[in-house]
Design a protein around this ligand. Structure first.
Ligand SMILES: [Zn+2]
Length: 414
């Protein structure tokens, strides 16, 4: 392959995925608009027309705004790569630092910081305009800034040593560097999973032990029935940032915790909370977390091997606007460009995730009452203003959870 051929191939693929994303968004908008006038039959008893229309308007506002983001991201990627942006930043960093490893890290960090600064207006608009307009945002500008600073600091503390280690291994370990880097990557990710519940999450939210005795008794009985041990039931002050509700598990082994958003507990009855938790336990019982981690690690091994091959060609660099090849620039280009090609496997990943959701729902229906889960889900759809009528194709591509109607029909058939 020549550099020019690769440039054309990259631009064509980017154009194709960008158009496909925009087309899917348009379909989604049209589908929601067509179903805006009436609540779907299956939900008529529980959901009011006003709530259904709020969900339609909220989803449409988010989708319409995401179309702008899709175009912006594509333009930014072109400027950074074939537009010579990365090369320019690399040249500047080369002038500032003499050590190649430091030059590489400086280039990577500059590009990452610059991209996140450029994305900030989008995030601000989403939080303070769209989320606020529909009554979901609880965040102040001050909290937003503190979150951003904390995120950057944690990213630097954890990410810089990792980056340093990875670039060092890439430069020193010869032909099979990608195996060493993969080992480091696996250990790093497991470490994050271990420290996240006790060290990282508490930097952003307060976690207090669940106080409600009646609920606690019910939940502990469910846990015992399912043969599950955890190191605690916690309530998280999710209402600090958003009115959206959720429940999740974090951690491994002894650090395993069950976390409920305060916003969720406020809205659901004890039986409904129990059903939601049973669904989460279903994920655990079916080893979904482990399977997902194993799948991610396998894919990252494949990616690193591929990067190892691409790095040895000159067309990979030149085709993406870089005239001074280096390990740092190879790493940067690869992870910027890969999502463009990864778009085509996103329906497979989404389908895999939806399969897990069905399995967890079936488990919940065996351990608790399916109807409790249905009621809890409808309340969550309503509170989150999630559309009940997504475009089927859009949903196939992006949704990690089955569409509301499909999921509920499935639960009712169990
Ligand atoms: Zn789930």
């Amino acid at each position: 392959m020549t550099a020019t051929q690769f440039t054309l191939f990259f631009i064509a693929t980017l154009a194709l995925t960008t158009l496909a994303r925009l087309w899917l968004a348009r379909r989604h908008l049209a589908h929601i608009a067509r179903h805006r006038a009436a609540v779907p039959d299956a939900f008529r008893e529980q959901i009011q027309l006003a709530d259904h229309q709020k969900a339609a308007d909220y989803t449409s506002a988010k989708t319409r705004f995401s179309m702008l983001g899709i175009l912006f991201d594509a333009a930014l990627l072109l400027i950074f790569t074939v537009g010579g942006g990365i090369q320019l930043i690399a040249d500047i960093c080369q002038g500032w630092f003499s050590q190649p490893l430091v030059q590489g890290i400086a280039t990577l960090v500059t590009v990452l910081v610059l991209s996140s600064l450029l994305e900030t207006p989008f995030s601000l608009y989403r939080t303070f305009r769209i989320e606020a307009r529909f009554g979901f945002n609880k965040m102040t500008v001050k909290l937003y800034l503190i979150d951003a600073l904390k995120g950057m600091l944690i990213g630097a503390i954890l990410g810089l040593p990792l980056l340093f280690g990875v670039l060092w291994l890439m430069g020193r370990m010869g032909e099979y560097w990608w195996l060493y880097v993969w080992g480091v990557w696996v250990v790093f990710n497991l470490l994050i999973l271990f420290i996240y519940p006790s060290f990282i999450a508490p930097l952003f939210n307060k976690f207090s032990p669940l106080q409600d005795q009646a609920m606690k008794t019910r939940i502990e009985a469910l846990l015992a029935r399912c043969g599950f041990t955890s190191s605690g039931l916690f309530v998280m002050d999710g209402s600090k940032r958003s009115a959206h509700g959720n429940a999740y598990f974090t951690g491994f082994g002894k650090t395993k915790r069950i976390v409920f958003f305060d916003t969720l507990l406020e809205r659901l009855s004890i039986s409904e909370v129990e059903a939601v938790l049973a669904h989460e336990l279903g994920h655990f019982k079916h080893h979904h977390v482990m399977k997902r981690i194993a799948a991610t690690f396998t894919m990252s091994l494949g990616c690193l091997w591929l990067l190892g091959q691409l790095m040895q060609t000159s067309w990979f660099y030149q085709g993406l606007g870089v005239s001074t090849p280096s390990t740092a620039l190879a790493l940067l280009l690869f992870f910027m460009v890969m999502p463009v090609f990864g778009f085509f496997i996103s329906p497979i990943m989404s389908a895999y995730s939806r399969k897990h959701e069905f399995e967890a729902d079936a488990y919940a229906a065996r351990q608790t009452a399916a109807n409790d889960l249905v009621r809890a889900l409808v309340k969550m759809y309503q509170d989150n203003a999630a559309t009940l009528t997504p475009d089927p194709l859009y949903s196939k591509f992006y949704d990690s959870h089955p569409p509301a109607a499909v999921r509920i029909a499935n639960l009712q058939a169990l």
